[in-house]
Design a protein. Structure first.
Length: 405
């Protein structure tokens, strides 16, 4: 077992208090603390304490003993730690995005390499050859966009929103693809002309807290600074076309390839494949490649599947339909002892309280904000006197049979 220190990402959309509070650090300058990363991603690798106060990057630690840390099966299948474990504090909404499937990511990455586009170029779509499925577990009330509304609900939105009524014939004739393509290819002057009157009308309601968060007008106003910006972001169409989802603490949702989505507000734990491949559709100043976006978007109405997890003793497991990762929440109390054998490398993050994690060869006392790496085939227990909540990132495997006693 190794204690880990992650990497904070100070993206502008992040909050200023939640992640510093989790990690027990001051934020005197009120910097945005958007994400806390625990993994081997090149843009923010974690470091592991391999001796007292001596640290090594997690990637280097794995390179030195890949079989021992990952296990033979995971090393053969993935070649490295296949996931990136995060904490997010979303104050301002993130860009609307779609992630490609693994085969499409491999083709896109190879194609852009052949074109000679630098990997870190702003206009590049594929930063690597991996897919980027992701799961999030809400730590607070959390709002997000997730997939297109079902046909009946989207028709109702088009009918009841005066600015969108002209698009009814397009949707009825050309479906989701035709509708989305039209608004994504619409000249900016037309986008402005359509939305500015709507936003100006809604602005006073928004300022006076008279809009519900379930109303797309709320997020449209928030996204565009109440309609006062020079150009209106075409991502507002997506706010009206997509499902607005509210998660309560402990609820989760999985974002698969092709499903358009955007985080709107709240704090969460996120687990994703180790990738940077994002195709954006709005609410961003970053590169948007409309043809590539349209090629990989799932154009059908969906009902968001909210996950409550499978409860096994003190652990709630949120199963995901990918071999790369699985996330779980462990609520430990003084009456129970959590026992487990790691299938591959696992990362534990304490979000509440204090606990003792003991393996066959080592014991660590951990508190809120601490993270621990547990290596493949390691037997360990979690115990607590005060009570503790931990989140665990793992690779699903046949040996993952937790038990509480």
């Amino acid at each position: 077992m190794y204690k880990l220190k992650g990497k904070v990402q100070h993206y502008a959309w992040g909050g200023t208090g939640f992640i510093p509070g989790l990690l027990g650090i001051e934020n005197k300058d009120q910097q945005p603390f958007a994400e806390y990363w625990l993994g081997v991603h090149a843009n923010g690798p974690a470091v592991a304490e391999y001796k007292d106060d001596h640290y090594l990057s997690l990637q280097e630690l794995i390179n030195n003993n890949a079989i021992g840390i990952l296990g033979e099966n995971v090393l053969a299948q993935f070649g490295n730690l296949p996931y990136l474990f995060k904490v997010l504090d979303v104050k301002d909404m993130l860009s609307i995005q779609v992630h490609p499937s693994k085969p499409e990511a491999q083709k896109g990455f190879a194609r852009e390499n052949e074109m000679g586009i630098p990997v870190h170029a702003a206009h590049r779509n594929y930063k690597d050859d991996n897919h980027k499925p992701e799961v999030m577990v809400a730590l607070s009330e959390f709002w997000l966009l997730h997939g297109f509304k079902e046909k009946k609900k989207l028709l109702q939105t088009l009918q009841q929103t005066e600015a969108l009524q002209p698009f009814l014939p397009v949707f009825e004739k050309e479906g989701y693809y035709g509708l989305y393509r039209q608004v994504m290819e619409m000249p900016q002057s037309q986008v402005n002309a359509l939305w500015k009157p709507v936003l100006q009308k809604a602005a006073s309601l928004y300022k006076n807290n008279r809009l519900q968060k379930s109303d797309p007008a709320y997020w449209a106003c928030k996204a565009t600074n109440n309609g006062n910006s020079e150009n209106t972001d075409r991502g507002i169409f997506s706010i009206y076309f997509f499902n607005i989802v509210r998660l309560l603490p402990g609820q989760a949702i999985f974002q698969e390839a092709g499903v358009p989505h955007a985080y709107l507000e709240g704090q969460n734990i996120e687990l994703m494949s180790n990738s940077d491949n994002v195709l954006r559709g709005g609410l961003t100043s970053k590169h948007i490649d409309v043809p590539e976006l349209l090629k990989h978007t799932l154009f059908e109405g969906i009902v968001p599947r909210i996950l409550d997890g499978e409860k096994k003793g003190s652990e709630t497991i949120y199963h995901c339909p990918v071999p790369d990762f699985e996330i779980s929440k462990i609520i430990s109390d003084s009456k129970s002892l959590y026992r487990h054998t790691a299938y591959s490398a696992e990362i534990l993050l304490v979000t509440t309280g204090e606990a003792d994690i003991a393996s066959d060869s080592k014991s660590l006392h951990v508190k809120k904000g601490d993270a621990v790496l547990i290596t493949a085939a390691e037997n360990y227990t979690i115990s607590t006197i005060t009570g503790a909540v931990l989140y665990k990132a793992a690779v699903p495997g046949i040996n993952q049979n937790p038990r509480a006693s």
